[in-house]
Design a protein around this ligand. Structure first.
Ligand code: MN
Length: 253
């Protein structure tokens, strides 16, 4: 039987929110995403679709069902009460509305077997959703932590080494066990969620990537590959593998 020509996968991207100041619209809430994400999804062969964080809980299932894969994007700290901790003095901005939306969207996306890619906060969110915890501030909470994980260099500049764990999906995607990445985080995984394995680490012991074994594609990375692709086109491989996993899944149905 001839297979029907596949349409390009529709990739939902979780969004961020800020409140406008000093303008005629002061107080206005604006939902947005960095354009790097949509550029990257397009370059990887998908069609990007923004997922507003104010979607009512009862509408999220229909929203996620309509997507072929979901990217959980970077942004604020997840509120630590979500993993059973009180906020530390070193916690930065949080957005509880976003936490609520994304945790529900992630739960549904996993239940519906949608491929999932987490970037930075997205990796942290995945870990929390499956029962893991975070260091609320790595500089204050990890002894002997020494590497600059919130770089001062431009977003596209690769600043620290990341060792990929051999025989993981991530290592097979990048076809190497060593990367140099950008780094824009002050938090990191403390207790890894059950069912996940670490696929990337820095030399100071900070977890830089995780993946889940029982999923077709549930991968999180702590760095921002989408910000690097102009100078480091190999970073597109992660998005390309994510989109291909969707095409393989629909091709086998
Ligand atoms: Mn880092």
């Amino acid at each position: 039987m001839k297979t029907k020509k596949l349409q390009k996968p529709l990739i939902g991207i979780s969004t961020n929110q800020y409140i406008l100041e000093n303008s005629p619209f002061a107080g206005q809430k604006r939902i947005y995403i960095n354009r790097d994400y949509t550029e990257c999804v397009l370059k990887a062969g998908g069609i990007p679709f923004l997922l507003p964080l104010n979607t009512p809980l009862e509408a999220i299932e229909q929203q996620i069902m309509a997507m072929d894969g979901i990217v959980f994007s970077g942004g604020q700290d997840v509120h630590p009460l979500r993993y059973g901790e009180e906020p530390s003095r070193f916690l930065e901005a949080v957005c509880s509305e976003r936490d609520e939306y994304e945790l529900e969207a992630l739960k549904l996306a996993y239940a519906l077997k949608k491929p999932i890619l987490g970037i930075c906060r997205g990796l942290q969110l995945i870990n929390i959703a499956f029962g893991g915890t975070l260091y609320q501030d790595i500089g204050h909470q990890i002894p002997h932590q020494s590497i600059q994980h919130f770089q001062k260099a431009h977003k596209a500049v690769a600043t620290h080494s990341v060792e990929l764990v051999p025989k993981t999906l991530l290592a097979s995607i990048f076809e190497t066990n060593h990367l140099i990445t950008n780094s824009f985080h002050h938090q990191a995984i403390k207790d890894l969620a059950h069912g996940f394995k670490v696929n990337a680490m820095t030399r100071d012991g900070v977890i830089e990537g995780i993946e889940r074994e029982d999923s077709s594609f549930l991968v999180g990375v702590q760095w921002h590959p989408e910000m690097m692709i102009e100078k480091h086109p190999e970073m597109l491989k992660l998005f390309a593998a994510f989109v291909s996993s969707i095409e393989e899944q629909s091709g086998s149905e």
